[in-house]
Ligand binder design. Structure first.
Ligand SMILES: Nc1ncnc2c1ncn2[C@@H]1O[C@H](COP(=O)(O)OP(=O)(O)OP(=O)(O)O)[C@@H](O)[C@H]1O
Ligand SMILES: [Mg+2]
Length: 443
């Protein structure tokens, strides 16, 4: 975290997202501010509120992508939710807390995985010893003849070598395995999330795990034993404490489609519930305690990044309290032809690179020329202008159509290699582009 300065964050985001510098800067500062806050000694630390962000911009220009890449980068607990999902009648009120429960669950898994990695070496050792116990029939302990002891030791070492060489992977062993019947899932499926707080614990108590002897191969048994040994070595209490601490201080909630719930009460229609959702979200955004099955989680320092097109409604249509909790507004720009050219080629995960790699698996070599790329960008922009502007998503549909023929014919050796130049692009797409109606459906 120490190394993640705003400049570093932005340059990492640059690897995947073209342009949108303002938004990148804003999120980078917000992330760094979490770290800065935690360096502040004493009382003042608790006074620093997170500077929540609203990203405003048309569809398909990188809002979600920025948030997604950011989360991967900072290794903070991260959850993405759609604000509009919480409009359903009956869900209003209670359900917004499930955002924090989900975030906590993610954090728990994250911390547990880290702890598991720390004890892995030890668990591997312990699992190996137990596998050897299973493979070598129980010794006769009353017998303390030194020769026999020595012999047993040698057998064990021989077995160990075989085991490490992988020669015993398919051999069957018998092992006690805990099986737990968890009826809680049924409740989960019914959407009664509020019940999950105590119910899980309750069921765990009512229905103790059942042990059963099962025949497994060595490979399967190792997996089970590793799990059991890890479980023994990990301090659950510590995991929980650390996970909650992490949610409270570095959790990030990405609140998509906030514009869909913007709008004040107008007395009738869906607006009533829109304001309702905002009112429900408010305590969480402002900071409150949420009961989770791992304990109380305080949201005062959780960072919220909201996003929306705000075509119809404006951020000023949000209720005033909400506006105040999102002091940073950044606008993302509509993407130009030049952006498309860069998006097609520059990011680590650029579409041209993806298609090249995919076709390479079929021994088809694909080359995109500069003019070819320009032509693809041109056509994508054209279709965006003429039908609906769906931003960079248009590149996906255009590329798919462009290479459909090759994708289908591969690995036919007659393809050889494909040269995507301006002529190729025009030939493949001109009929569709020329026919406005057709392009609406196909591209
Ligand atoms: N600036 C960009 N640079 C690189 N790729 C981009 C950019 N903008 C969008 N994309 C690509 O386009 C697709 C859609 O982007 P994204 O999901 O971020 O859109 P969005 O802004 O969240 O739109 P919406 O408002 O519809 O949710 C993704 O595959 C993403 O990789
Ligand atoms: Mg999005």
């Amino acid at each position: 975290m120490n190394a993640l300065t705003p400049t570093v964050i932005v340059s990492e985001l640059d690897r995947y997202i073209i342009g949108q510098d303002q938004a990148k800067r804003a999120v980078a500062i917000a992330i760094r501010n979490r770290w800065r806050r935690q360096q502040i000694p004493g009382e003042l630390r608790n006074e620093v509120a997170p500077k929540n962000i609203i990203m405003i911009g048309p569809t398909g220009v990188g809002k979600t992508e920025i948030a997604r890449r950011l989360a991967g980068l900072v290794k903070a607990p991260f959850v993405k939710v759609e604000a509009s999902k919480y409009t359903e009648v009956g869900y209003v009120g209670r359900d917004v807390e499930s955002i924090i429960r989900e975030l906590t669950e993610i954090s728990i898994n994250m911390v547990r995985a880290e702890h598991a990695a720390e004890v892995e070496a030890k668990a591997v050792e312990a699992a190996e010893e137990r596998l050897l116990d299973l493979l070598i029939p129980a010794a006769d302990w009353s017998d303390d003849d030194t020769d026999r002891t020595e012999q047993r030791r040698r057998t064990r070492e021989k077995m160990r070598r075989k085991l490490r060489d992988g020669a015993l992977e398919d051999r069957p062993v018998e092992l006690k395995v805990e099986e737990r019947l968890v009826p809680v899932q049924i409740f989960g499926a019914m959407g009664m999330e509020q019940m999950d707080v105590d119910l899980q614990n309750m069921f765990d108590k009512i229905m103790p795990g059942q042990s059963r002897d099962r025949k497994l191969t060595v490979a399967e048994a190792r997996h089970v034993l590793m799990g059991q040994e890890c479980e023994k070595l990990i301090d659950r209490q510590k995991v929980t404490e650390e996970a909650i601490e992490r949610v409270e201080n570095s959790g990030i909630v990405f609140l998509d489609e906030l514009d869909k719930v913007a709008g004040r009460e107008s007395g009738h229609g869906p607006d009533v519930s829109r304001e309702g959702v905002q009112r429900d979200l408010l305590p969480i955004v402002e900071g409150c305690g949420v009961a989770t099955k791992h304990g109380m989680v305080h949201t005062d320092h959780v960072l919220f990044i909201a996003a929306g097109a705000f075509h119809v409604s404006k951020p000023s249509d949000l209720i005033p309290e909400m506006q105040g909790r999102f002091p940073i507004r950044v606008e993302l720009q509509a993407l130009t032809r030049d952006d498309f050219v860069r998006i097609l080629t520059e990011p680590d995960n650029a579409l041209t690179k993806q298609y090249q790699a995919m076709l390479a698996t079929e021994n088809v070599k694909t080359k995109f020329t500069k003019t070819g790329i320009r032509e693809i960008a041109e056509m994508a922009a054209l279709v965006n202008e003429r039908s609906e502007n769906i931003g960079a998503r248009r590149l996906h549909t255009v590329m798919e159509k462009l290479l459909e023929d090759v994708s289908f014919r591969a690995p036919d050796p007659s393809i050889g290699s494909v040269l995507v130049d301006a002529k190729y692009v025009q030939e493949k797409l001109k009929d569709i582009i020329a026919d406005e109606d057709l392009s609406k459906y196909i591209l």
